[in-house]
Write a protein that binds this ligand. Structure first.
Ligand code: ADP
Length: 266
């Protein structure tokens, strides 16, 4: 069982294994308050390149806030975020969200309703001008659709003309279009019905693993945490109470609530 460091390193290059190791995520002593409410109270987490970490914990414990800080949608009050040896936040460093090699897929996918599937996916890519560049974009969109097991013909549809599971896959394709080093999934499959959830989770898991993309996901789904992740992080009241392998968290849960949560999976 790893516990939070009491001596936060201040030099990004000194954190983790190889300083510049692509896809390694290091979060150190991250703190965040909204008004008087302290939502994160010193969160420390290491994620190996290409691995998947599931964050579990009760509603309101700070899981989404942690993802949003890693993505750069919010600024932390203290602590730091280092990806691939590059300081993204902390000290004097601040890299805005759109300059981070980070993909984010929200619970509802959040596709732009007025754009086609193809336009949604191309949105994050370099703006193409000229017929040749437009062709290249179309080819890349078709490639990305294939990666997430969707028919290329869907590119012409609008989000409301495809199913929820398909929308989630399009949201993933859009996030993948930026070729991120890190993918953040915030309960991305929870709105889907059980069968679709399993199928979508499998597809997405395979895509991310094959691409070697480091993944951090927030989930309320025990089976997802246990089957999908290399590492499970248990959030309690703004702190990580336990960070361990799924087997370790399952057989030696840090507290009763975690035991009950994971116990439901069997
Ligand atoms: P979780 O994802 O574990 O359910 P969140 O990170 O969404 O938890 O929220 C943790 C707490 O922070 C909640 O009490 C929530 O109301 C509060 N919170 C989150 N974002 C904001 C915000 N932008 N402004 C004020 N309070 C917020």
């Amino acid at each position: 069982r790893r516990s939070a460091s009491t001596d936060p390193a201040s030099d990004p290059a000194s954190v983790g294994g190889g300083p510049g190791e692509r896809g390694r995520l290091e979060v150190r002593e991250l703190a965040k308050s909204f008004g008087a409410q302290q939502v994160l109270r010193g969160v420390t987490l290491s994620v190996e390149p290409g691995s998947t970490t599931a964050i579990v914990g009760p509603s309101g414990s700070g899981k989404t806030t942690l993802l949003r800080l890693i993505a750069g949608f919010e600024r932390a009050d203290a602590g730091m975020v280092v990806l691939s040896g590059r300081g993204l936040a902390g000290g004097d460093e601040w890299v805005p969200a759109h300059h981070r090699d980070v993909g984010y897929v929200a619970q509802d996918g959040a596709l732009f309703p007025h754009l086609t599937v193809g336009q949604n996916i191309a949105f994050g890519m370099d703006r193409a001008t000229g017929a040749r560049a437009r062709r290249a974009t179309r080819t890349r969109v078709a490639e990305l659709l294939e990666m997430v097991s969707l028919d290329a013909a869907l590119a012409e549809r609008r989000p409301h003309e495809i199913s929820g599971g398909q929308q989630q896959r399009v949201a993933l394709a859009r996030a993948l279009a930026r070729e991120p080093e890190l993918m953040l999934l915030d309960e991305s499959f929870s709105a889907l019905d059980a069968g679709l959830r399993v199928a979508t989770r499998r597809t997405v898991g395979a895509v991310l693993r094959d691409a070697g993309i480091t993944t951090v996901l927030v989930t309320h789904d025990q089976a997802e945490a246990l089957s999908f992740a290399d590492q499970v992080a248990v959030m309690r009241d703004g702190l990580l109470a336990q960070v361990d392998s799924p087997l370790e968290v399952y057989t030696r849960p840090v507290d009763r609530a975690t035991a009950e949560f994971l116990g439901d999976a069997v």
